[in-house]
Design a protein around this ligand. Structure first.
Ligand code: XIL
Length: 356
């Protein structure tokens, strides 16, 4: 009898272990995270690829359009808006209980040529256009888009100066103030972000950003958060990332890691500017990348207070589709899923850190 109970006990323990293991395995990233986990995606591609869609639905509860919500997509010409894809993506997000993040209202690289041409010639027109565009766009999706990158990359690539773009040249830094104010008027409950790159590594640029935030706040401009794009490289020191995130968190604003990926190679921040140092992904490199992803989550949780954690969003989530290869003309492996859409060690390390 005693022996019988012993066997039963061992059997049950075994079963529970197997079941809980399967349960953990079947949970996606979003299920183990206390803040939203998002991804940028090309919506047409997502629709057409069942495997990609399955991974997206299982793991993410926030979605950002990779390009479909940029100005050149939404307002390709003066006569019309193109809402079609945005509507589709929002319907998809609602069906799958995902938060929609709007990227991006004002960005030099997202500005269509027709706006540049007209805007350069006519200050008043550009000023009006900015207002009308934001009111139409943010107003249309009021209550449906949770947050917006209102201004993207408004600072120069290096250092802390305002980036000299059409918007800055014609309207001065006022375009930033105005964009936030219009967006807030159009949807008072939307969270409004300033988003930029390299602010996790370039402390001069970070200082520029923090000065700008201070100014915006002193003028009562309704900014709710800072987006760190966080396109990082394996050799960007964790200590620097920790320091910059901490400084940004001290503003009290929400902090969004908005476009995360981790590359091995280098680039000069310009299109086609890749420098191919590594041609192959080895097992050691996969493990090192997993550690880096794990540290990133740990740093975010450590230095950003809970109520300021807006979430972590990846910029594409597979090594097959990553923008890095297309944009910088380089081979790399920046994502949690590999070229065959299978999970990499980085996936498990990232998940473990979310869980802890
Ligand atoms: C990138 C897209 O991923 C590419 O498909 C496109 O060709 C260029 O833009 N910072 C941003 C994103 O804010 O909008 C950029 O997205 C990547 C860098």
């Amino acid at each position: 009898m005693k022996r019988y109970f012993c066997y039963m006990l061992i059997g049950c323990t075994f079963l529970v272990t197997i079941l809980s293991f399967n349960f953990l395995e079947s949970q996606g990233l979003k299920d183990v995270s206390s803040f939203p986990i998002g991804t940028a995606i090309n919506f047409d591609q997502l629709k057409a690829d069942a495997k990609l869609k399955k991974i997206q639905i299982e793991n993410f509860n926030s979605i950002t359009a990779e390009n479909d919500m940029k100005m050149y997509s939404v307002k390709p010409n003066e006569k019309e808006y193109n809402w079609d894809k945005v509507d589709q993506m929002i319907a998809y997000a609602q069906r799958n209980k995902q938060r929609v993040f709007g990227h991006t209202l004002v960005w030099h690289s997202g500005t269509p040529d027709w706006v540049k041409e007209k805007g350069r010639k006519d200050t008043l027109w550009l000023d009006n256009f900015l207002k009308e565009y934001i009111f139409d766009y943010v107003g249309r999706y009021k209550g449906k888009v949770d947050g917006w990158d209102v201004v993207n990359e408004g600072l120069e690539t290096k250092g802390g100066d305002y980036r000299k773009t059409l918007w800055y040249d014609v309207l001065g830094k006022n375009y930033i103030y105005k964009a936030f104010r219009y967006a807030h008027q159009a949807d008072p409950s939307a969270k409004l972000f300033y988003n930029d790159f390299n602010i996790e590594r370039d402390t001069l640029k970070l200082r520029g950003l923090l000065n700008m935030v201070k100014e915006l706040k002193s003028e009562n401009v309704p900014i709710s958060g800072i987006g760190f794009q966080m396109h990082i490289r394996m050799d960007i020191p964790d200590e620097v990332i920790e320091y910059t995130l901490k400084m940004a968190a001290e503003t009290g604003l929400l902090i969004h890691l908005s476009e995360v990926d981790i590359i091995f190679n280098e680039h000069d921040d310009t299109r086609n500017g890749g420098i191919q140092n590594f041609n192959e992904l080895t097992e050691e490199m996969k493990i090192a990348q997993a550690k880096k992803y794990e540290s990133l989550v740990n740093i975010y949780k450590k230095v950003v207070p809970k109520e300021q954690q807006y979430g972590i969003t990846f910029w594409d989530f597979t090594d097959r589709d990553t923008w890095i290869k297309r944009f910088f003309k380089i081979k790399d492996w920046p994502c949690l899923f590999d070229e065959n859409l299978e999970t990499k060690p980085a996936y498990y390390a990232f998940k473990k850190a979310l869980q802890n």
